[in-house]
Design a protein around this ligand. Structure first.
Ligand code: NCD
Ligand code: ZN
Ligand code: ZN
Length: 345
């Protein structure tokens, strides 16, 4: 049995670092494991301009020690009024690494999201031309569509036509949760990829109702049936370069989760690598962890691979029930469990 594994330093291609006190409370967990991260722009107000992205990047760096070595990759939140010229300027200058498409009201802080993708014709044409990735929260928002079907319906009604209309547009279908998503991405061209969270490979929808309602197992897209968990996991451990690490770590203060209408989001940043390592280990695919965590993402984005390394050993990590205190106390994914792997340096 492998006891120790050293991989190239990984990146997180989808994370919510938030702002203000909670940013200060959580940023270090991401910076400690990952060299770079694609930082989601769903703040209030959302990050829709170069100036807002630059200012947010500065606040992230201020929340970290000066020698953290961490590079936040900023994203532009698309609205109906998104400005193609500003987006192209921001991509050229490095202010934006990608644009994020939230269908309006699909998820946390998406009220300013896009109401109709046809409003984005200029933006999408520009992004296709300059090679800028489009990151998608892939769920339809129609209240008549069952919540467990919203990703599959999005793929059929929005994503498939989008891929046909913009055949060279680079697209990342974020945090995939279904067999339909895994199959779609696997069957599409090299310009289409997906991020996968640890939770969607570890829990199915039963976890949300395990002996009572479990708000800390609730995120969007919501966990699906077991067959979907297995399909997503198979795609990831297959080693296909189309799938890469994106935690979707989405911290909400404990009071905002444990409420009559609790927020969607799972805070998995503190033990993300341990969590992913466990998945690859259980599936006999530890040799493929490095590709998923450290190689497929940068290759898709056209960025260099990281230089440093991270070592994990099979020695057990006890996950606390709560991380932080007061208003920024957050319950982590795997709270109270012991994970098989530990990051040692
Ligand atoms: N994943 C979630 O459940 N929540 C995210 C938003 C998102 O990624 O959809 C959040 O910002 O809280
Ligand atoms: Zn999302
Ligand atoms: Zn997210």
């Amino acid at each position: 049995m492998t006891q120790r594994i050293t991989i190239r330093r990984p990146d997180d291609w989808h994370v919510h670092l938030r702002d203000g006190d909670i940013l200060h409370a959580v940023a270090g967990f991401t910076a400690r494991q990952f060299a770079r991260a694609i930082v989601m722009p769903n703040l209030t107000p959302p990050v829709t301009s170069i100036a807002a992205a630059e200012a947010y990047r500065g606040r992230i760096m201020d929340a970290l020690p000066a020698d953290s070595g961490f590079t936040p990759l900023m994203t532009c939140y698309l609205t109906d009024g998104a400005d193609a010229a500003e987006i192209a300027r921001g991509y050229a200058s490095g202010a934006f690494a990608a644009c994020k498409l939230y269908p309006a009201h699909a998820t946390t802080n998406s009220a300013h999201g896009v109401t109709d993708i046809r409003k984005l014709t200029d933006v999408l044409e520009t992004m296709q031309r300059i090679g800028m990735p489009l990151l998608i929260h892939g769920e339809v928002t129609d209240r008549h569509v069952d919540i467990f079907d919203r990703e599959a319906v999005f793929i059929e009604t929005i994503l498939a036509p989008l891929v046909r209309d913009y055949p060279a547009l680079k697209i990342v279908l974020e945090h995939i949760t279904t067999a339909e998503a895994a199959d779609f991405v696997m069957g599409a061209g090299p310009q289409i990829a997906a991020t996968v969270t640890p939770q969607h490979m570890i829990i199915n929808r039963n976890a949300i109702f395990d002996g009572g309602i479990r708000p800390h197992a609730y995120c969007l897209p919501v966990a699906k049936r077991e067959q979907h968990r297995l399909a997503v996991r198979r795609a990831v451990v297959s080693g296909s370069p189309k799938f890469f690490l994106g935690t979707d770590s989405a911290p909400h203060g404990v009071g905002r989760k444990e409420a009559a209408c609790g927020c969607a989001g799972i805070f998995n940043a503190p033990y993300a690598l341990e969590s992913y390592a466990q998945v690859f280990d259980e599936d006999g695919a530890l040799d493929r962890l490095e590709g998923f965590a450290s190689e497929h993402g940068p290759r898709f984005y056209g960025l260099p691979l990281n230089e440093g390394t991270v070592t994990l050993e099979r020695s057990g990590t006890a996950v606390p029930d709560l991380i932080g205190e007061g208003a920024t106390a957050v319950v982590p994914f795997h709270a109270g469990e012991t994970l098989a792997w530990r990051v040692v340096d």
